[in-house]
Design a protein around this ligand. Structure first.
Ligand SMILES: NC(=O)c1ccc[n+]([C@@H]2O[C@H](COP(=O)([O-])OP(=O)(O)OC[C@H]3O[C@@H](n4cnc5c(N)ncnc54)[C@H](OP(=O)(O)O)[C@@H]3O)[C@@H](O)[C@H]2O)c1
Length: 346
């Protein structure tokens, strides 16, 4: 029996080993699907540290070696978790972290931003310490800081690259003008912004600019914070502190309309005998060879399902049906509250 289980496990790992994708022109190579680590510390209900660490380790076994964290997740505790999990296997993982929100006495201050060079340096020293490493593979500015010229931000990151503390540079939720300004100072390898079946705001301007400049895209919240997995509940049914309690798309009225719009994902998944969330991830993977989604989870079962989505084939008819079903006019509600929208550079 044990030999049989071992064989099944080995077989699963053989078929589930992920391809690599290259992001940007500076040579950053990552697994085709990454792991969003934020739910292990905040936003989507309580997490169990043992299961979170088991999930991080299982990801490596499955070839999913691109891990997404940030100084502000927790704050700090998410990086500490990764430091604990990866201290003895640092060479097997690509770690992306982010600076740029104001944190005081261990608390995030609203959506205040702080990308002053002195704060970038302090954030990086803190991240290195918590991650128990001497270098960050990919360092993002989490949000554009309207008070600090992008040239100063990119220049500071360029210095950190020269010092060997950082390998690649990324931006999150930056608009086209700031992407260009940063890229002119130091190559931007990746832009990480929200992009999914139900959130297409990047298609008009940002994605064409990324194509032109040769920058990769890491779509965050690729599962619509869980909505696209077919398991969404109404806002009020999530516990206090869960992000979705205030998410406009989960509120009464919007919720029902969005459930109707997302039905086609469930139907296509049913026809292929796969899960709706897997269709949402496969859709991103089919959009471009340098798009790398980072579905977030704190449990092995979801991770395994998400990684397996790399095996799914979507025809051009499937893609067209999905494009239409969740086109912007069919999705109700903004992706963020007005306060959070104000921190987006577009
Ligand atoms: N740059 C930014 O500003 C920014 C903003 C948001 C997120 N991010 C990054 O992007 C990552 C992904 O985004 P996200 O976590 O917000 O949203 P997401 O990946 O769209 O969805 C995460 C939610 O979906 C659930 N889920 C995951 N896989 C599932 C499956 N197979 N079946 C059913 N449910 C599933 C998770 O459940 P469990 O929690 O129960 O596992 C979690 O509640 C984050 O973890 C974070 O690293 C970046």
């Amino acid at each position: 029996m044990e030999t049989y289980l071992l064989l099944v496990d080995t077989f699963l790992e053989t078929i589930m080993t992920l391809d690599k994708r290259t992001l940007g022109t500076a040579g950053l190579e990552v697994s085709a699907i990454g792991l969003g680590c934020m739910p292990m510390s905040q936003s989507y209900g309580p997490a169990d540290e043992t299961e979170s660490i088991a999930t991080l380790h299982r990801a490596i076994e499955l070839g999913c070696t691109f891990f997404d964290t940030a100084e502000v997740y927790g704050p700090h505790t998410n990086e500490e978790l990764l430091g604990k999990a990866f201290a003895d296997r640092r060479d097997k993982v690509t770690i992306a972290t982010k600076f740029g929100f104001r944190i005081e006495n261990g608390k995030q201050i609203g959506v205040d931003r702080d990308s002053r060079p002195s704060n970038i340096r302090a954030a990086v020293e803190g991240s290195l310490r918590r991650l128990k490493t001497d270098h960050i593979d990919l360092l993002y500015q989490h949000r554009v800081d309207p008070n600090v010229p992008m040239e100063d931000v990119a220049g500071t990151v360029a210095d950190l690259v020269k010092e060997g503390k950082v390998s690649y540079f990324g931006l999150s939720e930056a608009g086209v003008a700031n992407i260009r300004r940063a890229h002119a100072v130091h190559p931007v390898s990746v832009v990480q912004s929200e992009y999914s079946l139900w959130e297409r705001n990047l298609e008009a301007d940002v994605i064409p600019a990324l194509r032109e400049l040769g920058i990769g895209l890491v779509p965050f919240s690729p599962l619509g914070r869980g909505f696209l997995t077919g398991t969404a509940k109404r806002a009020q049914d999530y516990p206090e502190g869960d992000f979705r309690r205030n998410d406009p798309r989960y509120q009464e009225g919007n919720f029902e309309a969005n459930v109707r719009a997302a039905q086609s994902v469930i139907d296509i998944a049913g026809a292929k005998n796969v899960k709706p969330g897997q269709i949402a991830l496969a859709w991103i993977l089919h959009k471009a060879p340098d798009f790398v989604p980072i579905p977030g989870t704190k449990r092995r079962s979801y991770l395994e399902e998400n990684v397996a989505s790399a095996e799914i084939e979507l025809s051009s008819d499937d893609m067209a049906a999905l494009d239409t079903a969740l086109a912007p006019e069919n999705v109700s509600g903004q992706r963020y509250t007005a306060a959070m929208m104000a921190a987006v550079d577009r």
